[in-house]
Design a protein around this ligand. Structure first.
Ligand code: PLP
Length: 366
């Protein structure tokens, strides 16, 4: 069986260093808000290219805290609108609606699968205050046009960088292109912890200070609470593990890019469409999505022949039961078609050439 992703092998790749880091924290007797967080935050800020990094409990919280901070600082108000791609993972949308903001769904470009920048302007109203740009599947979604629209309409640009650690745009890392970015360290992400974790990166000190307080009960000083925050901290063991994995992130991403290059060069089944190809630095291939009208049949065929695939994502947010009140009856034809046709092939830094070869051979035979 060729697994979609073997986390066991991913951890084993840098296993000795990870074990040493975990043991160091276990033996230190200090498990929260210590030097491991400080070290990782400083290294990650440096890597992304921002002045500040704030560790927090997970990627969803990172995004929630960014919008909550805008509200606390008076830069946004509940009821304001945030433009977001309609085909993203539910967390991007939840971060908006959790804060009493209105998510305005915009369709993706079916050739790139990223937010279609030609459709943004029509969605802007006097209440639009922000764009939440998702670098979906590890591919840079930023365009100059998006930057210009944000300037012209005075919109706060925020990045959801949960799937794109290490991806760049004109030499700058995603996560440093906007006012603030949310990152997830969910185990399966390109930079994954051994449990939950997340972070916010930003150059804005006011925003950074507010987010650091919000993620720690709203506290600015021990036993002094400025905001009604929550307990949303990154623990020391995860910070230590992430610091080890950050040192290997670029080489791990290069291995993903090699798998992707092999897929692009060798998949030639006319029933299968690949997203347009970008230069390597602009795509760190968190996932390798393909499109196929007979997707379910193809997935079964691959499974029967020992290849595990996944669908990202089978039901788009506007058709989820939790948002029935918000978007019941709304139609988004491109997003809905992608949900029916998308299939994610195995890709990771531990995939073997023989496995890549089997996936391509089976796919071309289908
Ligand atoms: C994983 C993910 C998140 C949320 O991260 P968690 O750490 O699981 O909370 C947010 N947005 C996108 C696009 C993701 O893929």
């Amino acid at each position: 069986m060729i697994p979609f992703l073997s986390l066991k092998d991913v951890t084993a790749l840098h296993g000795d260093e990870i074990n040493a880091a975990v043991t160091r924290v276990v033996n230190s007797g200090w498990y929260l808000q210590g030097q491991e967080n400080e070290a990782f935050e400083s290294h990650y800020a440096q890597y992304i290219g921002t002045k500040h990094c704030i560790g927090c409990a997970n990627g969803l919280d990172a995004l929630i805290w960014i919008y909550r901070a805008y509200i606390e600082l008076g830069m946004m108000q509940p009821g304001d609108e945030v433009i977001v791609p309609a085909n993203t993972y539910i967390a991007s949308i939840l971060a908006i609606t959790e804060n009493g903001l209105k998510a305005v769904l915009v369709e993706p470009n079916p050739e790139t699968l990223e937010l279609d920048d030609s459709k943004i302007e029509a969605a802007i109203t006097p209440r639009t205050k922000s764009i939440l740009l998702v670098h979906l599947y590890g591919r840079c979604a930023y365009t100059e046009k998006i930057g210009e629209l944000c300037q012209r309409y005075r919109l706060h640009l925020v990045e959801d960088n949960a799937q794109a650690h290490g991806c760049t745009y004109n030499g700058r890392k995603t996560g440093s292109l906007a006012e603030a970015a949310g990152h997830s360290f969910y185990p399966g992400k390109n930079l994954g912890a051994l449990g939950d974790g997340g972070a916010v990166t930003t150059d804005n000190k006011e925003l950074a200070d507010c987010i650091r307080a919000l993620a720690n009960y709203g506290s600015t000083k021990k036993y002094v609470f400025k905001y009604c925050g929550r307990n949303s901290r990154l623990d020391e063991i995860q910070a230590a593990v992430l610091d080890v994995k950050l040192r290997h992130l670029d080489e791990d991403n290069r291995m993903r890019q090699e798998v992707a290059a092999y897929y692009y060069d060798n998949i030639n089944n006319p029933l299968v469409t690949l997203p347009t190809r970008l230069p390597d630095e602009n795509n760190v291939y968190h996932l390798f999505p393909i499109l196929c009208e007979r997707r379910d049949e193809l997935q079964d065929y691959l499974k029967q022949n020992g290849v595990q695939t996944l669908i990202h994502y089978p039901i788009p947010p506007h058709l989820q039961e939790c948002y029935k009140g918000e978007w019941g009856g709304m139609q988004l034809p491109i997003t809905e078609r992608l949900a029916k046709q998308e299939l994610s092939l195995p890709i990771s830094q531990v995939m073997k050439p023989s496995e890549m070869d089997s996936v391509v051979r089976l796919l071309n035979e289908f």
